[in-house]
Design a protein around this ligand. Structure first.
Ligand code: ACO
Length: 401
């Protein structure tokens, strides 16, 4: 037994908590999760009510300001965001510095980090007005940045924002329009996309949000902090899981092959896991998965797509929900199980899935960053460690080694 207090000369409590599974890093009024009950609330409002009845702009306002907007407030907020959707023209040159086949997440990390070099009037974190402008700029410009990353990666010309459209319709148009054919966003697709954005807007202190807060705790500017969050989200264990779930469903291919994969998931000697199943926090069901299950049907029906991937997903869900292994381990479909099916039906390549997650989560990152900066108890994040290297020893010149 090591006496940590002696080892580190500390008198206070010193905990070893890899993955911070039992450590609260902050107070927060934004998002509440009860994993055992399958509850997710933003500022007190259940996620399913927000997804079914509100819009992404309303949720953004709610997360940033604490209350749902009135009609006039929503209009003003939406206009403000719309006004900031353009990117500094010089940024298109910046895009052209990337390799043509660059991953859109790599481009996004770089471009968002570079915003601080273009918008000097919103990098002073001690000025509340500058913080508001930076927040609006980040939320507004993210669809433009994401769509441009996509356009660049497929070799098509950039499409400028259309201020007559909603936040989500504008994003779809910037992504899918080409000079020869203007993309006219379908209301069912816009609605499903808006739901996906709402469902990904915030999820308390997940890895990328904690990264944004940690970066911000040193006083770094907001653009740099959000770029750090994007880098963290890129990992397959975080933002990349819906891509993995879709790949798995495609690999299974048809419902008759499901038992083979269920058997593999249960086999302790096989590292295979059912992607899109299980969650660190939700041990009953993921409320976001329920909303997306219905949205998947709506989108595929609307597009007239009969995709065996969706049939496979539905059948797999039914089989797993009745299987004792999954019941005992409290494994249910998570938000990633259906989102990949929807995004692929809309026409997004899998490389864009994490980009879309980053676009939506920017609202949560920005709200969390603002909350942290305004917290009088905020201090620089500085975890400790348990040192396991050599004890002190003397340097030996290289000739004598
Ligand atoms: N398929 C099969 N078995 C599983 C699965 C799965 N998807 N998930 C967990 N298990 C089993 C584990 O083998 C383990 O079994 P054991 O007790 O016999 O050792 C038990 O359930 C507990 O698993 P842990 O990994 O300890 O659970 P944890 O809560 O740490 O992990 C996680 C949650 C990482 C999400 C896990 O369920 C998983 O890997 N799921 C697949 C990946 C995925 O869908 N990720 C997306 C998460 S949602 C998001 O990030 C937005």
């Amino acid at each position: 037994v090591i006496d940590i207090r002696k080892l580190y000369g500390t008198t206070g409590a010193f905990t070893y908590d890899p993955g911070f599974t039992s450590t609260a890093s902050c107070w927060s009024k934004l998002t509440y999760i009860d994993g055992d009950q399958g509850i997710l609330l933003h500022r007190g409002y259940p996620i399913d009510q927000l997804a079914e009845q509100s819009s992404f702009m309303e949720v953004a306002y709610l997360l940033l300001n604490g209350e749902l907007p009135g009609k006039a407030e929503l209009e003003t907020f939406t206009n403000t965001i719309t006004r900031h959707t353009m990117l500094h023209e010089q940024l298109s040159t910046f895009y052209r510095g990337f390799r043509r086949d660059a991953h859109p997440m790599a481009i996004m990390c770089g471009v968002v980090g570079a915003l601080s070099a273009f918008y000097h009037d919103s990098t002073d974190i001690n000025d509340p007005q500058q913080r508001v402008i930076a927040s609006h700029r980040l939320i507004a410009k993210m669809p433009t940045i994401a769509a441009m990353a996509y356009k660049y990666s497929v070799g098509q010309p950039f499409v400028y924002p259309d201020n007559t459209l909603s936040y989500t319709a504008n994003f779809l148009k910037m992504t899918f329009s080409v000079p020869a054919e203007e993309y006219v966003p379908d209301p069912v697709i816009v609605d499903a996309m808006d739901k996906i954005f709402i469902l990904h807007a915030d999820h308390e202190q997940n890895a990328s949000t904690s990264t944004v807060r940690l970066a911000g705790s040193s006083g770094a500017n907001p653009f740099a902090c959000i770029a750090a969050g994007i880098a963290c989200l890129w990992g397959p264990a975080h933002g990349g899981a819906n891509e993995a779930a879709l790949n798995m469903l495609r690999e299974i291919g048809t419902p008759d092959r499901i038992p083979e994969y269920i058997a593999r998931a249960k086999n302790k000697d096989d590292p295979f896991r059912l992607m899109g199943f299980g969650h660190r926090v939700y041990k009953n069901f993921d409320p976001r998965a329920k909303v997306l299950s219905k949205a998947a049907s709506d989108v595929l029906d609307r597009l007239g797509i009969s995709d065996p991937v969706l049939d496979t997903a539905r059948e797999l869900e039914q089989i797993a929900l009745k299987d004792q292994y999954f019941i005992d381990k409290k494994l249910y479909p998570n938000v990633d199980f259906y989102s990949g099916v929807i995004l692929s039906a809309i026409g997004f390549p899998t490389t864009m899935f994490t980009v879309l997650f980053a676009l939506a989560r920017t609202v949560g990152w920005v709200a969390q960053w603002n909350e942290m900066i305004s917290d009088p108890e905020q201090k620089i994040g500085r975890p400790r460690q348990l040192y396991t290297g050599p004890t002190q020893r003397d340097y030996v010149p290289v000739a004598q080694r």
